[in-house]
Design a protein around this ligand. Structure first.
Ligand code: PEP
Ligand code: MG
Length: 590
């Protein structure tokens, strides 16, 4: 047995045969079963023919204007029939039983290293041609492919996914009754993939650094989401633990206890709402005792579908269903928080009615994202706003709030509010007057936190998104496992920024809640209450434990703790103080 240590981000112990997925660099590697071999080779052949046709077309077009350049494409056309290239790709598919994209990639690497060694500059230049051709073949392979999620559906045995990294869109689409859990090289507790794993109750371990290289496809593996470990070729004892299922669902308590609102021992009411990713999560949220939905990550609507565009009417039905399901409690819908990385995924793009443009080379989580993207490409945003407002109109017993992600200036909030008015105006013209809906801002960019007093004048409520706020304040990419140790919710800067945002909201008499993952750690939650916050939104599974801890503490003790903590200079000192008060912190910042 070999044990790999990482970060347990979603509890539970499961076993299964490893399916390896390599996603980095947008090239996936997955195993092809005996049955699929023929169709995989046919797919490769089709891609070759499509590539040939495209190159001939390009050649003809270039020949019209610059005949001397047309021959440049002859090299690529010749390569298409070179036995060292496509035939070699087919051999790799056959021998290693891998998908064609991966085999193209491998052959391209082999070729590149050969070209790098040749002295002749003309020949070295040909590397560019091979790269171009490899890109074309891969692009053409994408036409009508069976995505890995479909292949994963065909698994015969209980399996687990071992990947270098997993995108939230793939996690959202896997059939988790067939795949029992996953482990990834990259990732941290607050990455969306980890958040989804908890929401789907799929045991998961991330931050393993090299599991996708160490584990071989088909090897038996145990994923222990409680201990944050992966056992390769596990002992019979480990397998037995996995077979018992090591119940990972938190004890939820009896009906009365679940419905009891959260309060501290001295009676200060604390509002606990749920963060959800899918409309179907409403039931779990209610069951856990959530008093509303504090954050619905609506962008997951764009990843879970079959790839067809999601229309305004479809969205309207979904939002109305959520409002009805949660009435009379509040439902706070965050408008699409898509980043260009996600947009680079074909599926997400297709799911957007108007096909948002994306610059794949410049894809970044700090670029065109969230509200910025919505403002830059307003059509899908307008459709979402209309759908939301129509839902609010048709479900007067529900309470909708709309919230904008990734706001960095007052101007953006004004512009977004103008778009809400425009959507309402459009509906009024259709004879569907809509009610006023509170409009809020996710405070998750330091610029928004520092101008919270200005934003508070024009927003109806704030939600502090600490997942992003921490990463941007501390300059620590929340998905990058190499710096995850620096991701510190207890950094003095973070505590001060939270205090500052709360103060601005209180001064302007608008509600403020906190929806980052840090609220689901009971000790951190208690400290946040000490800092003066009384509204939180968290993953449903964390609500029962949060209630229990709050019921055992007094608000004056928490305030005293917060006062002491705010004077401390280092994370270590703060952590010691909080731990002394509540015991060990969970590993949010591992
Ligand atoms: C946050 O940034 O804290 C947040 C709740 O949103 P997300 O994790 O979806 O970015
Ligand atoms: Mg965020």
């Amino acid at each position: 047995m070999r044990r790999l240590n990482g970060i347990g981000v979603s509890p539970g112990v499961v076993s299964g045969r490893a399916v390896i997925l390599i996603q980095r660099g947008h090239v996936l590697r997955y195993q092809i079963g005996e049955r699929r071999l023929g169709s995989e080779l046919a797919r490769l052949e089709k891609s070759r023919e499509r590539s040939r046709q495209q190159l001939l077309d390009i050649r003809a077009r270039v020949a019209l204007r610059r005949p001397e350049l047309a021959s440049l494409f002859d090299a690529q056309l010749l390569m298409l029939d070179d036995p060292m290239l496509v035939s070699r790709v087919a051999d790799i598919v056959r021998e290693q039983r891998v998908n064609a994209e991966w085999a193209v990639q491998q052959v391209f690497h082999e070729f590149s290293s050969v070209f790098e060694e040749v002295a002749d500059p003309y020949l070295r230049e040909r590397k560019g041609d091979v790269s171009d051709l490899a890109g074309r073949l891969k692009m053409n392979l994408q036409q009508g492919v069976a995505m890995p999620r479909e292949l994963l559906r065909e698994l015969d045995e209980p399996s687990v996914i071992i990947a270098d990294e997993l995108t939230p869109s793939l996690v959202a689409q896997v059939d988790w009754t067939k795949v029992r859990g996953f482990a990834t090289d990259a990732g941290s507790r607050t990455s969306h993939t980890a958040i989804l794993a908890r929401s789907l109750e799929v045991p998961a371990v991330v931050g393993l650094h090299n599991a996708s290289e160490v584990v071989q496809a088909g090897q038996l593996v145990v994923i222990d989401g409680n201990a944050g470990a992966v056992m390769v070729d596990p002992t019979p004892l480990e397998l037995a633990r996995a077979a018992r299922g090591e119940d990972h669902r938190p004890a939820v308590g009896g009906d009365a206890e679940r419905r009891r609102p959260a309060a501290t021992a001295d009676g200060v009411r604390i509002r606990l709402e749920a963060n959800i990713e899918f409309p179907n999560d409403l039931a779990a949220a209610r069951y856990a005792g959530a008093e509303g939905i504090g954050l619905y990550r609506s962008e997951f609507l764009l990843t879970g579908s079959s790839g067809a565009a999601i229309t305004e009417d479809e969205q309207y039905e979904i939002y109305r269903g959520m409002l009805e399901g949660m009435a009379p409690e509040m439902v706070t819908v965050r408008t699409f928080d898509v980043d260009e990385d996600q947009l680079a995924s074909q599926l997400t793009r297709q799911a957007l009615a108007d096909g948002w443009a994306v610059d794949e080379k410049r894809a970044s989580r700090q670029g065109l994202r969230g509200l910025r993207l919505s403002l830059a490409q307003p059509e899908p945003f307008q459709a979402q706003l209309r759908a939301l407002l129509r839902a609010a109109r048709e479900c007067p017993q529900g309470r909708l709030r709309i919230m904008f992600p990734f706001v960095s200036s007052v101007e953006q909030l004004r512009e977004a509010r103008r778009m809400v008015r425009e959507a309402a105006g459009e509906l009024a013209r259709r004879g569907e007057a809509v009610p006023a809906v509170p409009i809020g801002v996710v405070i998750e960019i330091p610029a928004a936190a520092y101008t919270a007093d200005l934003l508070a004048r024009e927003a109806d409520f704030f939600t502090i998104g600490t997942n992003d706020l921490i990463q941007y304040c501390l300059a620590v990419d929340r998905a990058d496992e190499r710096v995850s140790r620096l991701y510190e919710p207890l950094h003095p800067a973070i505590l001060r920024v939270i205090v500052m945002v709360r103060r601005a909201a209180v001064r302007h008499r608008i509600p403020v809640s906190l929806c980052g993952e840090m609220a689901s750690d009971p000790a951190l939650l208690a400290l946040l209450v000490g800092l003066g916050l009384t509204e939180f939104s968290m993953t449903s599974a964390a609500i029962p434990a949060a209630k229990q801890v709050l019921a055992e503490v007094r608000s004056d003790d928490l305030r005293a703790l917060a006062r002491r903590v705010l004077k401390l200079a280092t994370v270590e000192d703060i952590e010691r103080e909080v731990t002394a008060a509540f015991g060990r912190l969970s590993s949010i910042h591992e």
